[in-house]
Design a protein around this ligand. Structure first.
Ligand SMILES: [Zn+2]
Length: 193
């Protein structure tokens, strides 16, 4: 649990894309056995947790609406994710998921910021002290639209492709070769006011 000295004190969070950022993205990951963490993810999450951040997954899971993923499997997949993280004694604090099909035009699918804004309101999170990490432009855009201090790109998953796309845009102040590199950048960045 997060140590809160005063109830009025705002918390801070790292918003995390899941597939392609924390774990390999096989496309509509539907079974816990498919879950494979990228190197450096456990260490990076532990570093961020020890720096006082809530760890919140923000994920589009349209596979549910598409009939490619059973809703009940999501809990098992996230249980498995926590299991895989036990060597680093860290867990994901919350999951915010969009289960809609893109054609539904919902309000929560990234790049829209609603999933971030809703949980920030609910948990009293200071977005100006919080960060988004992802491997796609839609992740970066959601973090920016929500008012996060910064959105960071990791070059796992689709990240190498996205890194080329953002060269001319100032979407991310840092692009990491690994999740751990991004986590270390955040810890350094947050030490400057
Ligand atoms: Zn949605």
């Amino acid at each position: 649990m997060v140590n809160i000295q005063k109830s009025s004190q705002l918390r801070k969070a790292i918003f995390l894309d899941r597939d392609g950022t924390l774990n390999e993205d096989p496309g509509y990951l539907s079974h816990p056995d498919q879950l494979k963490l990228f190197p450096g993810v456990g260490e990076g999450l532990a570093l961020l947790k020890s720096a006082g951040y809530l760890l919140i997954v923000i994920s589009n899971q349209s596979g549910v609406a598409r009939g490619r993923i059973q809703y009940e499997s999501l809990a098992l997949i996230h249980e498995r994710l926590d299991q895989l993280l036990t060597p680093w004694a860290v867990q994901i604090d919350f999951y915010q998921l969009c289960l809609h099909h893109p054609d539904e035009g919902c309000e929560c699918r990234k790049p829209k910021p609603k999933l971030i804004l809703d949980i920030a309101f609910e948990l009293n999170i200071d977005l100006s002290k919080s960060y988004m990490i992802g491997d796609r432009l839609s992740d970066l855009e959601a973090g920016i639209a929500a008012g996060c201090r910064a959105s960071l790109l990791v070059k796992t998953g689709d990240g190498a492709k996205a890194a080329l796309q953002i060269e001319q845009k100032s979407l991310a102040p840092f692009v990491g070769e690994s999740f751990l590199a991004v986590a270390q950048w955040i810890v350094r960045d947050s030490s400057h006011p």
